[in-house]
Design a protein around this ligand. Structure first.
Ligand code: SF4
Length: 706
């Protein structure tokens, strides 16, 4: 009886799921997690959502990988697979670590030496620690010898980061989520925090009860709308016309903060000129929000004492994702709504360490702390820190996630190392991604389960689950937090950090890290933002916010108070115009597909589908459709429906949802048996190379095959 069991150990750590970064305690007995409790962390104050509280038993699942596996020579390798975790031994054979590491690291080395450094690429993980992310990118840059390293930030907030770096010189948030309590007005756009950041949503709900006016803007009417002062359910894809119309109101009604614009920004004239044409009257029929409502929320946002904007993937996952974020930044700059408590910009980060993995350099254009690979001075600095010849570091930015798949098709990339990512499920046009991965000469996958990607691997390295390792993790608020090992890895599975080191050494790197804190200390030396954070302090305090440049600094939860971290100290306005989605509905494919997440499952489902409580709550894939559309199509709730795009076809159960806009269907991407990303469009935002997960053309028909 779990409730009556007395744990023999309590370990203080952090939730492995979303970017809120709730602190928790693992209660362990006989190397088994019995239950989880919330701790009094800065982001959660003892709260946990259903995933954090009940989603832990995936670590004990019988499908955990416990031995290295090597693909049998006669086993087929095809993108047209039907994965079956129970037939694993027909496809793979068990191997010793020695054999597997030689095949993995030695194989990657052979490809590098025979086909050149750019014939290799690596995907690191936002589910791993900062130290793992740092070592992984260092391995690609010094072991492979190229910058072909990326991770799931490319699929979530890459466009926000591009716009933020370009506009204000920093890719992270200006204020923590908790600051909503200090805001008079909060705009929440393209985000569904009750589902994706549940504890953060609880702070937003509390704030509204205390008087904060919440403006929810989203093509889907989600549960947070119940707490809103105004709900703007605009037409899918019409973010830029709506946001430009708000700026038009602010400019024409003289609501801009002239002093802030003059002293802290550049490029205002350009944006003023650009939004002149975007009058609320002209934009109303385009975005589906009446002119008076646009005026009302623009005035409210501009004139409040403190306004915050929080956003999610509804903003970022478009071919105009960078433009959407540029508009949000411009709104805050023209009104001076940044750099004060309760006043700022907060892109809600997705995975528990996507902020940290990005900071640590799992990005093809930048080294740790967003330092450009193209800058000779910076390259020289990293060459010294990493003890490698300066000319061995590639001066050219590497390829991004989707670009890497196309480079495989062209025969340019022949070997990949994938640590803890699942591109066979998470990439857009996933059938294409699966075929690309299957065609590699060598695919090395390091994971805790036989994921859809691992199914295509030549070598599989069994790794550690979150509660099995020590390391630091950075949440959406820029809090660097200590995660601690609570249980041992099963069987012969090993800590990710040491697997990465072993592969690096097979490539000739000559590393000899003995403790995770040594990696963190090296990170501090190359990353000014965390230079002042010591391992001892993290052990003591559990969490320290950056920027923290000198030891003893308290860290700054609210930044940009006096200036922006740009060369001039000023922020920059960047105007945006309407760019339509890459694929529009038509007679053949008349509906819009919107993909996203759901409360009970996490991303591609590799962990939460194996968490018994969560899978019992949401066991099957569903298509959320407006009830009026369902009636027109002759579909009842619970019926099987088939969704088809130009790229693929899946069947699932229909669920009536009045919040889904007419003419659209919403599907979560966590279900391998109805992998919705086999339908999505791989069209990319030109600046950030993020795919358009939030909009493509599909048709929905009754019936289908389970
Ligand atoms: Fe974990 Fe996020 Fe839920 Fe907190 S809100 S318990 S970090 S999934």
């Amino acid at each position: 009886d779990v409730a009556l069991s007395v744990p023999d150990k309590q370990v203080e750590s952090v939730c492995p799921f979303c970017g809120v970064g709730c602190q928790l305690t693992y209660n362990v007995k006989d190397n088994k997690i019995m239950y989880v409790e919330g701790r009094d962390g800065p982001a959660n104050e003892k709260r946990l959502c259903v995933k954090g509280r009940y989603g832990f038993d995936y670590v004990h699942h019988p499908q955990r990988l416990t031995k290295p596996l090597i693909r049998r020579e006669d086993a087929p390798k095809s993108g047209d697979f039907l994965m079956d975790p129970d037939n694993v031994m027909e496809i793979f054979r068990e191997a010793s670590w020695e054999e597997a590491l030689e095949m993995a690291g030695g194989g990657l080395r052979k490809i590098r030496d025979e086909h050149g450094k750019k014939a290799l690429a690596g995907f690191g993980s936002a589910k791993g620690s900062n130290e793992e992310a740092y070592l992984f990118q260092k391995l690609v840059r010094t072991g492979f010898g190229c910058n072909n390293v990326d991770h799931c930030t490319r699929l979530c907030h890459a466009s926000s980061v591009v716009a933020l770096l370009e506009g204000i010189g920093s890719g992270a948030v200006s204020n923590p989520v908790m600051d909503v309590a200090k805001a008079e007005v909060v705009i929440l756009i393209g985000a569904n925090p009750i589902v994706n950041h549940p504890v953060a949503a609880s702070w937003i709900k509390n704030a509204t009860k205390a008087g904060t006016k919440l403006i929810v803007m989203d093509p889907r009417r989600t549960d947070i709308a119940r707490y809103a002062h105004r709900v703007l359910q605009f037409k899918p894809d019409m973010d830029v016309p709506l946001l430009n119309a708000m700026m038009n109101v602010i400019v024409t009604e003289g609501l801009v903060d002239k002093d802030f614009i003059a002293s802290r920004t550049s490029g205002y004239e350009e944006i003023e000129k650009n939004v002149a044409e975007y009058t609320p009257e002209k934009m109303a029929p385009i975005c589906g929000i009446d002119a008076e409502t646009i005026r009302y929320v623009a005035r409210l946002y501009a004139t409040s004492k403190a306004s915050m904007i929080l956003w999610g993937m509804g903003i970022s996952q478009h071919v105009h994702g960078t433009d959407n974020a540029r508009c949000l930044i411009a709104l805050s700059l023209m009104t001076g709504q940044i750099g004060k408590p309760g006043s700022g910009l907060h892109p809600l980060r997705g995975q528990n360490n996507v902020q940290g993995a990005s900071d640590a350099g799992l990005i093809p254009m930048v080294y740790p702390d967003y330092q450009s690979v193209a800058d000779a001075e910076i390259r020289s600095k990293f060459a010294k820190a990493w003890n490698v010849p300066e000319d061995s570091l590639d001066p050219n930015p590497g390829l991004t996630v989707v670009e890497i798949m196309h480079a495989i098709d062209r025969g340019e990339i022949r070997g990949m190392y994938v640590e803890g990512e699942n591109p066979a499920m998470s990439d857009p046009d996933a059938n294409h991604a699966r075929h690309s991965l299957a065609s590699l000469d060598l695919l090395v996958v390091q994971d805790i389960f036989l994921t859809e990607t691992a199914y295509l691997a030549d070598v599989i390295l069994p790794a550690s689950a979150f509660p099995e390792k020590d390391g630091t993790f950075t949440n959406t608020d820029r809090l660097v937090q200590m995660g601690r090992a609570a249980i041992d890895t099963p069987g012969e599975a090993r800590q990710d950090l040491w697997i990465i080191q072993d592969i690096a050494n097979k490539l000739g790197c000559g590393w000899d890290y003995k403790h995770v804190s040594e990696v963190f200390d090296e990170m501090r030396k190359t990353m000014p933002s965390i230079a002042g954070i010591t391992w001892d302090r993290l052990e003591r305090e559990h969490a320290v916010v950056y920027p923290c440049e000198k030891e003893g600094d308290p860290g700054d939860p609210v930044v940009f108070v006096d200036d922006f971290p740009t060369k001039t100290g000023r922020a920059r306005f960047v105007p945006a115009d309407i760019i339509p989605a890459a694929e529009q509905p038509d007679g053949e494919y008349p509906m819009v597909l919107i993909t996203g997440r759901q409360l009970e499952h996490w991303h591609t489902g590799s962990m939460t589908r194996r968490a018994s409580m969560l899978d019992a709550l949401e066991p099957d894939p569903t298509a959320q459709i407006h009830p009026l559309d369902m009636a027109e199509m002759g579909i009842a709730p619970g019926d099987l429906v088939t969704i088809e795009s130009r790229r693929g076809k899946v069947a699932m159960w229909a669920r009536a949802d009045e919040g889904t806009p007419r003419g659209a269907v919403f599907v979560a991407f966590a279900y391998y048996e109805a992998a919705i990303n086999t339908l999505t469009n791989a069209a990319l935002d030109p600046a950030a190379k993020i795919p358009e997960f939030k909009y493509c053309a599909v048709r929905v028909t009754p019936g289908g095959t389970e």
